[in-house]
Ligand binder design. Structure first.
Ligand SMILES: [Zn+2]
Length: 169
């Protein structure tokens, strides 16, 4: 069953509901803004549980490949993400006491949360604030010129060797 638009925290947790579904990146406005592969898939699985008889919790997995711009050269960087998260929904910090430490505390007064916003937030947390290529992409073109110059060098070296050989005879 695909997750509904709104997640009813207590209701779903008491029933221990499980959802899974496939979206496209463009279904998430915050992700659509930064991604160039807008029609690619986002796979989502969500499992609710009610912990300690009082705390609604949500464990989920989100998997997607997202193409975002490198902040240095503006070319795409494709990030393959598989995001596992465990959230414990509480109204104040005190309610988190005794909750298994695998759950990250999520303080909210709301009884319902938007599925799209929650998933977007988890994906945004997994993406670097300033995405950059691993290699030194900004100087890539300069590097190409250097390589071209070096291509001429073997001939120069060869000449030197021949001269040296002649000299020895
Ligand atoms: Zn780059």
């Amino acid at each position: 069953m695909k997750p509904p638009e709104q997640l009813k925290l207590f209701n779903f947790a008491r029933k221990e509901l499980i959802f899974s579904g496939e979206y496209q990146i463009m279904d998430f406005p915050e992700l659509e803004k930064i991604a160039s592969n807008k029609t690619d898939k986002v796979k989502v699985a969500l499992a609710f549980s009610f912990e300690n008889n009082r705390t609604p919790c949500l464990s989920g997995i989100i998997s997607l490949s997202i193409a975002i711009s490198c902040q240095r050269c503006l070319e795409d960087i494709v990030q393959d993400l598989k995001i596992d998260f465990n959230l414990g929904f509480i109204k104040n910090e005190n309610q988190g006491v005794g909750l298994d430490s695998r759950f990250e505390l999520y303080v909210t007064e709301d009884e319902e949360l938007s599925t799209v916003e929650l998933i977007s937030d988890e994906v945004l947390l997994a993406i670097p604030m300033v995405p950059l290529h691993d290699y030194d992409c900004a100087t890539y073109k300069d590097t190409e010129q250097v390589v071209e110059q070096e291509k001429q060098n073997p001939f120069a070296i060869l000449k030197n060797i021949q001269i040296a050989d002649e000299g020895e005879e």
